[in-house]
Design a protein around this ligand. Structure first.
Ligand code: PHB
Length: 405
């Protein structure tokens, strides 16, 4: 059997499950470090390149992409953002990042574009030894995770089963992937919170209504005004769980955004043709530990955050950088110490992002089952952030990114 990039591989140093941003970036980091790997992805390339997800890259994520050679288009097309705004009680309040954080900013550059750039880099370097990206190839299970020779059982498109012998396996295969299941239940503990609301997200062919993102709290529910480019807006409104995006007519969505972002000075959101709409549920989830023997979990395979803090992609990137540094240390010194510290090191950063995402979510969304006491607390929290420099600094530091250990 052959794959689109040659014979089905049977041996590698690092077997990577999943070709989302985490798996792709890890493959690139390992290639640059001279460590061989194979990436196994169930979906096809077009799907990976079109799956609409997050759009905010922290400084550390941008730096990592640049350092591994994936920064060219991002530097041309990415939009550097120097702050966000909170809108509540019909007033807008800017929070500037550089002045509060010693110069840090974030960048708007969609996850889809990060994936396209990383795939293109690897595919164009395939003849000089870049790792194979096996699309439309399903992982069945990780075997022997706690042995010296872990392996991945996988199935190619023609239905044939294969085994990939690895020295290490990294599960970047998302919440529904097979990697996490290889950690024995008796060693696992997961922590979870669900929320009584979801986000209805739209892409629209209209210039963003504001230079900065606007996070708006309103008695009718949360709204986020974001963007993908100078001509494409990306907006979200809080909706009840189980909402069908098709139940919302385009003009109804714009009417609702306009109501929730009304200000005292008459500023209004710009409307335009909606090209895509979808509903995203909200969840907080952490699986501990994030490693077992020679298996390491990264990104959504180990943790989920609600999107309010824009942390999901950045957390995944932090995980794979931590793994890449640990294996480079192993190769350079023979010491396993950093690989063994992987889970604890990642979890410290993950829980800070969980906390921030949870706080942002609870501060900005309305819950019909909560009392008006909670409404007042939300306003008090927002007021504290926009009127107290220490509180604003804490928010700006968290939003622009938690440092790697
Ligand atoms: C987005 O542009 O998709 C986006 C931005 C900020 C968030 C979440 C999503 O907090």
């Amino acid at each position: 059997m052959t794959t689109s990039q040659g014979p089905a591989p049977s041996k590698t140093t690092v077997g990577i499950l999943g070709a989302g941003p985490a798996g792709l970036l890890l493959a690139r980091l390992l290639y640059v470090a001279g460590i061989d790997c194979v990436v196994i992805e169930a979906k096809d390339r077009a799907y990976v390149e079109q799956r609409q997800r997050a759009g905010i890259l922290e400084q550390g994520t941008v730096d990592a992409l640049r350092e591994c050679g994936a920064g060219a288009r991002l530097d041309k097309e990415g939009l550097t953002h120097h702050g966000i705004e909170f809108l509540f009680d019909k007033e807008r309040h800017p929070i500037g990042f550089p002045e509060l954080t010693g110069g840090r900013t974030v960048m708007i550059y969609a996850q889809t574009e990060v994936c396209k750039d990383l795939i293109e880099l690897q595919v164009s370097a395939a003849s000089s030894g870049a790792p194979p990206l096996l699309f439309e190839t399903s992982a069945i299970a990780v075997d022997g995770a706690n042995s010296q020779t872990p392996s991945i059982r996988y199935k190619t498109k023609d239905g044939a089963e294969h085994t990939l012998q690895c020295e290490y396996v990294v599960g970047c295969d998302g919440f529904w992937g097979v990697a996490r299941a290889a950690i024995p239940e008796e060693l696992s503990k997961s922590y979870e919170r669900t929320y009584p609301f979801s986000w209805l997200g739209i892409l629209a062919d209209v210039a963003p209504s504001n230079e900065d993102l606007i996070y708006a709290r309103h008695p009718r529910g949360f709204t986020l005004l974001s963007m993908r480019s100078p001509t494409v807006s990306r907006n979200y409104i809080q909706v009840p769980n189980d909402t069908d995006a098709n139940d919302w007519a385009d003009e109804e969505i714009w009417d609702e955004i306009e109501r929730r972002t009304e200000t005292k000075n008459g500023w209004k959101v710009q409307r335009g043709p909606i090209t895509q709409k979808s509903v995203t549920p909200m969840r907080s989830y952490v699986h501990e530990p994030m490693s077992y023997g020679r298996l390491f979990l990264a990104g959504d395979a180990a943790h989920i955050v609600p999107p309010t803090g824009a942390k999901g992609l950045n957390l995944a990137v932090g995980d794979v950088i931590t793994f890449a540094n640990a294996i480079k240390h192993k190769v350079a010194t023979g010491s396993d110490a950093k690989l063994q510290a992987y889970s604890d090191n990642c979890l410290r950063r993950v829980w800070q992002a969980e906390r921030f995402s949870y706080d942002m979510t609870n501060m900005l969304h309305t819950d019909p089952n909560e009392s008006d006491f909670v409404d007042k607390l939300q306003i008090a929290r927002l007021t504290r952030i926009v009127t107290n420099k220490a509180a604003a600094t804490d928010t700006a530091l968290a939003y622009t990114g938690f440092p790697l250990d």
